[in-house]
Each structure stands twice: as C-alpha cells, then as structure tokens.
Design a protein around this ligand. Structure first.
Ligand code: MG
Length: 380
C-alpha cells in the first residue's frame, strides 16, 4: 500500500502510522466539528492535518519536519468553500489556538450573509486579533464559496488576467552543503531559486549554489543578521554574486537600521517578517523597496488585496509569498498573483504529499485552472 504522507491529527483515520510512530503526536485536542446554523444553515467544519515535508525545512530561526495546518470547510445552500490556516510560531500561532479562534466566531455566520463578505471579514478581524492565519482560513473559505456560487474562478471575479501570473521561485532551506547542492540540482525545472541564509556559513551556501547554477537567485535571511554593519557586508558580497534581491536582512523592529542599509546597497530590500497587514506598510516605505505579502500574515485574500493596492500607491515592489501550505492557500494566493512583481508560492511543492490539487506550475509559471472559486479538488 502506498504510504500516506499526511495524517489527520484529530481525525478518525490515522494514516501513515509508520511516520507517526517516529514523531510524538501531541494531544488530540482538535476534533472535526459540524455546526448547523440557523440563518439558512451555514455549517462550519474545522480539522487539523499534519503535512509532512519532503525534507527537513530549516531557516535561520528554526527547523521542522512537518506542519500542523488547520483546514476549514464552510457549507451553505449546498455549496462548500474550503480554507486553510498555516499557524506560524514566529507570530505566536499554533493549531490549537487557531481552531479555538475559528470556533469562536461561528456566531458571526448567523449574523452575516456570506454575500456580505466585506462586512463579515471586518467582523472576523475585530473578533480574532492574535491568530491571523485563522482569519485567513475563514476568508479563503468564504471567497471559495463566493466563487463557486458565481460559478467563476476567483481571478475572474477580481478582474485579473491569468496569463499574467508570475514565475514562482523555488526555495532551498538551510542544510549541509552537500544536501543544498543536491536540492539545487533537483530543482532544475524551476527557473528561479530562493535561498535561505542567516546562519554563519552564508557565503559557503551561496558559493555552493552558484557552483551549480547561474539562475536568478533571491536570498532570504529571515532576520538572521543582527547588526547593520554585518548586513551591509553580507549584501555587498551578495551583490557580487548576482543576487536579485534580499529579503528581511535584519530583525523586523530594526526599521531605522534597514533604512540606513538601503542607502548603501544596490539590490532591493524586501520586508517579510516586518509586514503583516496593511497597517504595517506606511512605516516601512522609507526602509524597504518592497514587501512580501503572505495570506497567512495578512489574514486572507481580501486583506492581501488591500495591501497590494496600498503598496502600489506607495511605489513599493510586491512579492507574494507563503508558509508551508497545501494547494488550498497556495491557490488562493495564486489567484491574486497577476497583480504582483514576484511570486514565491512554492509551499506545497515542498510537501511530501499535498492533500489537495489546485494551481499548477509549469517551468516555474503559476497555472490557474478555470474551475470555480479556488479551483481546488481533494477530500476535506
Ligand atoms: Mg521570508
């Protein structure tokens, strides 16, 4: 039997027991729930699934073999919308809190019509203030439902041209030099690479990658350089290696130091950890050339759209990124991607097995299908 690479942490079927036995499973606190609502019956189900990575994923601050993502299914009038949350420890998120927050706003679905999704989103944001990924899961599910009800893919509802989707970069995490080389070779079909650095052997990593490929490379330090002098020296060196841009060189609160840095380097500096929602953008405009928008940080596609328009108005470059996610949220982001300069929507490509199918990738280009809503298939 083919080994299932993901399991439902809280579900009845614990597939992939060989994997499970190697990894301690935390409490089975999250249970799939069904909740029939009175206003015509909105049913909301929440489920946590453990998604295993193909390889151990290491960035400057942590390392993981799997992610426990929270999935939401909203059903009304015979149509179901799907959403996903990818809780991130960097932002104080976890799957238990995320599930609690989603369960905590179910009453809003009695009060608001799903068609009034703008008002509903505002209410969800007012109610959930500490788990943006929970906001995101609900917003994605609502937008999927809207698309399915209108029988149109989201990119069409948003007036976007799917031929304008960008290429996505493919990310290489921090690892031994031999493994990094192996991963770069295995990523041959992807025309753009994003390389994680921020430990003490950055130069060795970049030299190893450059010894194999002359593809465009983007570099993400994940706040790994702790002083502006170190960051300056690193970026000057990266420029000599033909790097396209640098993402989050220093800790997110070092805005003044980043502004200092920006005056002294030639490649764009992109904010990631420093920017979550639209409210963060104005204070960053002097320090960064662009922002990395992620649905999980933003709280869903509606907020991401607002961020895109504000960043454009402030003449900032826009990157659309992701966490480790399934095709549900990667597809949601991909529907917005015709609006952005750069995409880094590879979270599902790093999974051993994605429970869902949605946006495709051909020679690095994001390929949206014409199914309604997110255009995803797969069992909840
Ligand atoms: Mg980043």
């Amino acid at each position: 039997m083919k080994r299932k690479k993901f399991i439902e942490v809280s579900g009845k079927s614990l597939l992939g027991l060989t994997v499970l036995s190697q990894i301690p499973v935390k409490s089975m606190a999250i249970i799939s729930e069904k909740n029939i609502k009175s206003d015509g019956g909105t049913m909301i189900e929440v489920k946590t699934k453990r998604l295993f990575l193909e390889d151990t994923w290491t960035i400057s601050r942590n390392s993981s073999d799997y992610k426990d993502n929270v999935f939401v299914r909203i059903e009304k009038d015979g149509v179901a919308g799907y959403g996903e949350a990818a809780p991130n420890v960097r932002y104080g998120e976890n799957h238990n809190k995320t599930t609690d927050r989603i369960n905590g706003v179910k009453s809003l679905f009695e009060k608001y019509d799903l068609w009034h999704y703008v008002d509903l989103k505002d209410e969800i944001f007012a109610s959930i203030t500490d788990q943006n990924c929970a906001r995101c899961a609900l917003d994605i599910a609502i937008m999927d439902w809207i698309g399915k009800k209108l029988n149109a893919p989201l990119y069409k509802i948003w007036g976007l041209d799917k031929s304008k989707t960008p290429l996505t970069s493919y990310s290489i995490g921090i690892d031994t030099i031999e493994v990094i080389k192996k991963k770069v070779r295995a990523a041959e079909k992807y025309p753009l690479l994003k390389i994680k650095v921020g430990k003490d052997n950055d130069e060795e990593i970049i030299e190893a990658v450059r010894s194999i490929t002359d593809k465009p490379i983007r570099v993400d330090a994940n706040e790994g350089w702790k002083s502006k002098e170190v960051a300056l020296e690193k970026i000057k060196w990266l420029q000599s290696m033909g790097i396209e841009f640098i993402e989050q060189p220093m800790p997110s609160d070092m805005i003044e130091e980043t502004r200092w840095l920006r005056d002294r380097v030639d490649i764009p500096i992109i904010a990631d950890e420093a920017v979550k929602t639209v409210a963060d953008i104005p204070k960053l405009a002097e320090a960064y050339d662009g922002i990395n928008i992620k649905l999980m940080k933003a709280g869903g596609p509606q907020e991401a759209m607002r961020m895109i328009y504000l960043a454009r108005a402030m003449n900032m470059k826009i990157m659309l990124g992701c966490m480790i996610e399934s095709a549900i949220s990667i597809s949601a982001a991909a529907h917005l991607s015709p609006l952005v300069d750069w995409a880094d929507l590879d979270g599902n490509l790093l999974l051993r097995e994605d429970p869902y199918q949605g946006v495709g990738v051909e020679k690095g280009k994001l390929i949206l299908n014409d199914k309604p809503g997110l255009g995803i298939t797969g069992e909840f």
